[in-house]
Design a protein. Sequence first.
Length: 239
Amino acid sequence: MTKKTSPTTISKFLNCPFAYKLKKIDQVAVIEVFEPRRNIGINMHAIIKGYYTHMTSKPTPKQVEVTATNCFKNLFDESLNEYKREMQVMLNNFIAFEVSRIPNYRVAEIVEGWVEDDIYGGYVDMFDGINGYDWKGKSLLKLYDDNLIQGKTYERIMKNKGYSQACWNFVGLENGKVLTMPSLADSWLDGKKAIMDNCIVTGDFPIKKGPLCAWCDVALACQYKFKNLWDDILECLTI
């Protein structure tokens, strides 16, 4: 079976081709960097998944509130107590989002499920047959390339599966904003993938320095790229 290309893979490559090479090709050992937002996101996804598991096909606002609140109470990760108030704000924004869907409510067909076509694949947060939703544990003010790559990938996959009206949306759980994908041609996404494929073929993996370097899990290996010790360090770090 041909391995599918995920939107995360494309985005991570475009963010820094060299970091991609270190992790995916050289397979250097990564340094775990504590990122509370990652753990918050994982836990909120689990809570929302639990909510859809228990939700009825025609919910009332009260049912939405009670079900979501109970799922938060039962599934909240106690190791995140420091961030509990912040996550309760996210829960309230999710509840408001779900209540807003009630007039034209559609039952979730996919929740945290894998989807794929002949080229791409990835995990969808929620899809109701027309609208796809991706939960973001932060405030959303605009869509960036990472979001566009993700949304376009899932729209394309679902349209190839016969959902001709598939449309992707991003929900900022921190501020309650819902942003909808603009219309993008398949060639736009294929062009992003082609950049990655071409670099892999040519062996050209440039470093892209930026503010995220401080949280990069292969930062140590990256620092020694241009030093004489590079080969020795790479050998030591290789799994």
